[in-house]
Design a protein around this ligand. Structure first.
Ligand code: ACM
Length: 274
């Protein structure tokens, strides 16, 4: 199976332009026989919002909105799985920072980011559903979004649900997630695809933000199979055997699920901080 992170440079507040970039990247990925492509977080709107009205104006329902419909069309045309981030207009209330997942035959679902970063808290509602794994014929695919990287519980839950490939659409500004995903791979014995964007986003009334690129694919041994540049866009591709993520023996005598001492971890499951 070939998997890819599409390291792109979305243009702020230019959804049509960004959807065209996505079209081009899906075509290029298909020419290289990619089976799964992951686009960054909020890759349609851009990230550096200055008002709630701005966020609202770029939010779309999923799957009825134009971006998910485009992903459905492209996934079918190129026979691939597509994961990508967008601002989602919720059913009744607010806006979520979400990632849609679409298979070659159909829309599969949506994950609403549960750990909001910095002033994302002013724009989005946090998701209220646990991270989910989509079990497809080619692989079991779990999805988180960007800052979820900082919460090992989120990837651990995905692993316990059978995730083989963890997809992380991102707009990273801190320098940690690439290193953290190596650890997430090792401790969960899973593949990870971190799809980060590049570029600096000035937006009226906001301090500019520079995104850190370096999209990355890791294997269950924590090896970096492919890595993008910090500043240039491009496809980051690796060929993998997803079923290798089913081997949970770290040594012949250490199984990362069975060796857990859950009776000693009770505090992980309640919110007290002591
Ligand atoms: C982030 O969650 N976009 C840093």
């Amino acid at each position: 199976m070939k998997i890819a992170a599409a390291q792109i440079h979305p243009q702020f507040a230019q959804p049509d332009k960004n959807r065209n970039i996505i079209r081009r990247y899906c075509k290029r990925a298909a020419q290289q026989d990619v089976d799964l492509i992951v686009f960054p977080e909020l890759c349609i709107s851009g990230y550096n919002f200055s008002s709630k009205e701005q966020v609202d104006s770029f939010a779309e329902p999923v799957p009825e909105g134009p971006t998910t419909q485009l992903w459905i069309e492209l996934a079918k045309e190129h026979n691939m799985i597509i994961v990508g981030g967008l601002a989602e207009q919720g059913r009744s209330e607010g806006i979520y920072n979400s990632a849609a997942i679409v298979g070659p035959d159909q829309f599969l679902g949506c994950y609403q980011k549960i750990h909001l970063f910095a002033n994302e808290k002013d724009w989005f509602l946090p998701g209220s559903q646990p991270p989910h794994v989509w079990k497809l014929p080619s692989a079991a695919i779990g999805v988180l979004v960007c800052f979820d990287w900082a919460f090992p519980e989120a990837s651990r839950i995905l692993m316990l649900e059978g995730c083989e490939i963890l997809c992380l659409p991102s707009n990273l500004v801190l320098p940690y997630a690439q290193r953290v995903m190596v650890a997430r791979s090792i401790e969960n014995r899973i593949f990870t695809v971190l799809a980060n964007r590049i570029g600096t986003e000035p937006s009226t009334g906001c301090k500019p933000i520079t995104f850190t690129g370096s999209s990355q694919i890791t294997n269950p041994l924590g090896e970096i199979l492919a890595r993008g540049s910090r500043t240039r866009s491009g496809l980051v591709i690796a060929e993998i055997q997803p079923q290798k993520a089913q081997d949970k023996f770290l040594t012949g005598q250490n199984h990362i699920i069975n060796d857990r001492r859950v009776e000693l971890y009770q505090r992980l499951c309640n919110g007290d901080q002591r």
